[in-house]
Write a protein that binds this ligand. Sequence first.
Ligand SMILES: [Zn+2]
Length: 441
Amino acid sequence: MTPAPGIRVGLAVGAMAPNAGGVEALLVTDPAGAQLAVIPAGETWRLAASRAGLAAISPAGASSPAGERLVLAAAASGDPVRINGRPYRGLVEVLRDSLGLTLVNRLGLEEYLQGVISAEMGRRSMEDREALRAQAVVSRTYAMRNMRRWSKQGFDLYGTVSDQVYGGVSTETPEGNEAVSATRGRILTHGGAPIDAFFYSTCGGRTAGGTEVFRAADRIYLRSVSDVGLDGAAYCSLSPRYRWREEWTGEGLRTILQRTLPAATGTPVARVREVSDVRVIYRTGSGRVGQLGIGLRESEVRVEGPAVRGVLRSPSGDMLRSNAFELTVTGAGRQVTRLVAEGGGAGHGVGFCQWGGGGALARGARLSAHPRGVLSGCDAGAAVLIRGSAPVGARPASPARRKRRAHGGLSPAFGREKRARQASPLRSGREHDRQEHQRAA
Ligand SMILES: [Zn+2]
């Protein structure tokens, strides 16, 4: 049997005084396996860097011999390695970095996914089994695709939103673990390689094309597609973030923009004294805000799509949930006294819609029922719909299909694209979706 592939997860970079142990006994070794210390069960030791190297220090202040790199493993097989009170499967390596210590969790890919699925999806019931399985395939694909992304720093992926949120054993759930084992080893591929498996919380009714959000994400499988079922309701309408509303007073808006606009656009803070207008300059193909104009009396500052959510933050300072919103401005042209954003969805919108995946599958969606959907090759009836993706891991495109793709939405779809550009998905989504289904039927 070949060993399962492994992964190195960056738990922390620049950590100052992490601790290890607390419950289970741990062995501290150098990378060659030579034992440096034993942390007894129930004791918590500090990990520290000195000129001599890295060492584990007991509560009484006794230091292990120093090493260039430390490896922590459970003394009893099956026990986790506890770091800062959190249990992790596999081993934990301690490396020095320019600020402090880097902590790396080395474990099997499937074990890693167990710590990702429920951290990413939240606690879900068994009814959401298919959505969890879909997330497992997407997360596994992401990991395979991005393996060695941070190898200069000594690991493969961050255990945070920089890559995928990973919480170790304490974030595992029975449902999440079931989803990982039911899809074991399955990934989404295109042209024989893992796809760029983008995902996010909620699309709000229509996913975004790759290049609408990420300049480099020009992939045939990252197209804008409808996330609306045949009954006219969006699959992700179950999401608590399906529709949202933010409201700013004139004063509140100015305060936020004084904080965010200088950093994002280089506008001097002194110029953000009076906000005279906020308007959508254009929308992207899926109807998301592609550029936002902020009037500052005699001039207008333009904010590019990817920066919009960080600039137009909520009154409490959070990132705006998505770029799919409409604005109602009071006092436009003079001084904005009130701004309301009514929006849909959460996240960038490219690729897999986490809430939509569950909604579609809960309603018994199958590839055949969803003309734009994608079925990955999952066993045991675990149909995985990755909307926003072209068929992947499927048969290679026939010449006819290739030709259609080469048109890339020009010709028959062109008129529709143009209309979508002018209206947000909130207003026009359903209408377009119905047209699409009629066309497909
Ligand atoms: Zn959706």
